[in-house]
Ligand binder design. Structure first.
Ligand SMILES: Nc1nc2c(ncn2[C@@H]2O[C@H](COP(=O)(O)OP(=O)(O)OP(=O)(O)O)[C@@H](O)[C@H]2O)c(=O)[nH]1
Ligand SMILES: C[S@@+](CC[C@H](N)C(=O)[O-])C[C@H]1O[C@@H](n2cnc3c(N)ncnc32)[C@H](O)[C@@H]1O
Ligand code: SF4
Ligand code: SF4
Length: 325
């Protein structure tokens, strides 16, 4: 599938639930998050059908996300069903890691190859402050379990926020000396209303890079496969790598290769634009595969050239946990 700017779209991010067992302050408020009703969430049969049709039309990489994907019952069997698709898309998952010590081995058995784990502080008190839950140890146990299960590579997602946790960038980067992980730093996106942090707390990618250079010289790494948005480096002498995701500044929209499906069945051509296309009602109208594929193609055609953060963007209704990041 090609969009109007000749970009090849071969990466589908599926949010399988908007529910979450954490309440990260940069993602959602503690209270007042109306969860999508049960009937509005796409069933696994519906999600499988969309994935199958997308893969038949050229999607080569599928990521499950949320909310927290591991809180939805049946996720392991769903992954096994995607692994069995004849086209063998690359399959991966983004998780907060809280339930990973129980799930790492079953996920591996189901055929999941690799995993991304979000973690914003290595300090218990601070982790609790950011996520509003006292769960750092569960995440660390989950990471150990993921390593033991052979999920590889493990990628860590850390969002540095000014005045909150940016002083931990070096400590996170040093994890790459000990572990063969890709430790990525994501620019904070002030994208929805009601968050506890403001755009003044954005910690820009250039600053992140300078902090990393204080730890050791950065050697750029060649990237392979169907790319995510991270720029990858190796700290001299490290076994793992570090990455920077310029989510806001010097954006990577020119290389954008993705489409998103929200838990309630809306196709979202761009993370940072509130334009959505209702796939759920098409799926539930008895449409054949061709019609469903046409909706996918339409949302590819409607992808914007780039995001408009910093211009006329107004934080939208849908929060990150409803989109999946
Ligand atoms: N602005 C913007 N940010 C993105 C986009 N894709 C991912 N991000 C940000 O980068 C974070 C990390 O993405 P992940 O879910 O770990 O996946 P990934 O980096 O695409 O995938 P891999 O590197 O292949 O593992 C997301 O949660 C977002 O915050 C995008 O298309 N636009
Ligand atoms: C929405 S979460 C969903 C998956 C899972 N719950 C997790 O936290 O990994 C996906 C990613 O989005 C990132 N994210 C959420 N809100 C963000 C924001 N305002 N700016 C930058 N990244 C954000 C998180 O750090 C996480 O890595
Ligand atoms: S970032 Fe992930 S773990 Fe944190 S509240 Fe959002 S969905 Fe939940
Ligand atoms: S901001 Fe939108 S257009 Fe840019 S890379 Fe992300 S999803 Fe693609």
């Amino acid at each position: 599938m090609r969009d109007s700017y000749a970009r090849k779209i071969d990466y589908l991010r599926i949010s399988i639930t908007d529910r979450c067992n954490l309440r990260c302050r940069y993602c959602m408020p503690e209270e007042g998050v109306a969860s999508v009703g049960h009937g509005a969430v796409l069933s696994y049969e519906e999600l499988y059908r969309v994935a199958r049709i997308a893969v038949e039309r050229g999607v080569r990489k599928i990521r499950l996300t949320g909310g927290e994907p591991l809180v939805r019952k049946g996720v392991v069997d769903f992954i096994a069903s995607l692994v069995a698709l004849p086209e063998k898309p690359e399959l991966t998952l983004t998780t907060n890691g809280v339930l990973l010590s129980d799930y790492a081995e079953p996920l591996r058995q189901a055929g999941l190859a690799r995993i991304n784990v979000s973690l914003d502080s290595l300090q218990a008190e601070r982790f609790k402050q950011i996520t509003r839950r006292d769960q750092l140890q569960s995440v660390l146990d989950g990471l150990r379990a993921a390593e033991a299960a052979g999920l590889a590579p493990i990628k860590i997602n850390m969002v540095p926020i000014r005045g909150v946790n940016e002083d931990e960038i070096a400590a996170f980067a040093r994890l790459s000396y000990k572990h063969n992980w890709e430790v990525r730093f994501i620019e904070f996106m002030p994208v929805s209303s009601g968050l506890d942090y403001t755009d003044r707390q954005l910690y820009p990618a250039v600053q992140i890079k300078q902090d990393l250079e204080q730890v050791a010289p950065l050697v750029p790494e060649q990237r392979q496969g169907i790319l995510g948005p991270a720029r990858i480096y190796r700290l001299q002498g490290a076994v793992g790598t570090v990455g920077i995701i310029h989510a806001v500044s010097s954006h990577f929209c020119r290389e954008c290769n993705r489409l998103r499906l929200t838990a309630d069945g809306q196709l979202r051509p761009c993370l940072l634009s509130d334009h959505e296309i209702d796939l759920r009602s098409v799926l539930r109208s008895g449409a054949d595969d061709e019609k469903v594929a046409n909706v996918l193609l339409r949302s590819v055609a409607e992808k914007p050239e780039r995001h408009c953060l910093g211009q006329d963007y107004q934080p939208g209704e849908r929060r990150m946990q409803g989109i999946g990041g």
